[in-house]
Design a protein around this ligand. Structure first.
Ligand SMILES: [Zn+2]
Length: 327
């Protein structure tokens, strides 16, 4: 653990340097961008490229520990990846301060939204991360994949879930995507219906990557994660790197796919939100259960519906949650 902390401090102390390590399996390079590492296999036969990012929210430590362990395995020759991989450690300053972010939520600044927040220190980082992604995914002949790994603050009815970004053709979740999510232990996929300024949203829209924001479990400080709970996700990532492909075999327990039915918006002065603060993401609502009082009246739940990311404490015009429906 101390090695990982030293690594993060190293970046924050401006001691990061561009350098390469030659291994039997290939070359691991610390790129010019701090916190970005590139692995190129000696004989690259894979038709895919994979970006793995963690710590875009600084206090979501489990994915940071997982990627660090994977890098250690590569360096010690215990893991020989057969795919080109970009490893990204997102918000190192917030990691050291045990915070989600410092000035502004980094995971809302992508797809050039950072231009609208020039004073936030996260804006510079969003720009850097975008640049390194454009460089890495410069060859259209490869299949592009990006997994942005997170952990959640609020509990969830589905412990592990993935947010599938929006694509212009509004395509269905593919069998490959279902197999991948299932292997990561993901029980639910939220299929979004509009472009977002998240990191995964950027990869989908600008890089044409198949990408997911993956919520792997609950947030905890460094060294305090119940690593058992993250084991299946870690094993799957290792398997993907070793076999050089994200095309995994079909599993019997496919995740449930949820469609967004409505963005709930605080739309007037007397807006009310009836979902309790102890509500777990994706918990099934009762048919007829009151959700909100919006400008048009009271909105009630239909069969098979639930809420994701409820947050009533937002100004008028902003989102109080997503009403979703299982496919
Ligand atoms: Zn997060």
């Amino acid at each position: 653990m101390q090695d990982l902390i030293n690594f993060i401090e190293h970046i924050e102390n401006n001691e990061w340097e561009q350098k390469s390590l030659d291994l039997n399996s290939g070359r691991l390079t610390q790129l010019e961008t701090p916190g970005a590492l590139h692995f190129l296999p000696k004989e690259n036969v894979s038709s895919q490229k994979l970006a793995l990012s963690c710590g875009v929210h600084g206090n979501e430590t489990a994915p940071i520990e997982i990627l660090w362990d994977i890098l250690e395995s590569i360096k010690s020759h215990n893991l020989m990846p057969n795919i080109e991989v970009l490893f990204l450690f997102g918000h190192t300053k917030a990691m050291l301060e045990h915070k989600r972010f410092i000035d502004f939520n980094l995971n809302r600044l992508f797809s050039e939204n950072y231009k609208n927040y020039p004073d936030a220190q996260e804006s510079k980082r969003a720009h850097e991360l975008e640049s390194v992604m454009y460089t890495f995914f410069d060859a259209p002949s490869f299949e592009h994949w990006h997994l942005d790994l997170h952990t959640a603050i609020r509990g969830s009815h589905h412990e592990r879930f993935a947010v599938r970004p929006y694509y212009q053709d509004n395509r269905a979740v593919s069998q490959n995507e279902l197999n991948l999510c299932s292997a990561l232990g993901v029980q639910a996929i939220l299929k979004t219906v509009s472009a977002a300024t998240t990191f995964a949203g950027f990869s989908a829209t600008k890089i044409n990557a198949q990408s997911f924001t993956v919520e792997l479990g609950k947030v905890a400080p460094f060294g305090k994660n119940d690593l058992q709970k993250f084991e299946s996700a870690k094993k799957t990532l290792i398997k993907i790197l070793a076999q050089g492909s994200l095309h995994l075999t079909e599993s019997t327990d496919a995740p449930i796919v949820y469609d967004v039915k409505k963005e709930l918006i605080n739309d007037h002065d007397n807006y009310e939100f009836f979902i309790g603060s102890d509500y777990l993401n994706f918990s099934p609502l009762e048919e007829g259960q009151e959700i909100e009082r919006n400008e048009k009246g009271i909105l009630c739940a239909q069969k098979g519906q639930s809420i994701v990311f409820p947050n009533p404490h937002v100004p008028i015009g902003q989102r109080t949650g997503l009403l979703v429906q299982a496919q």
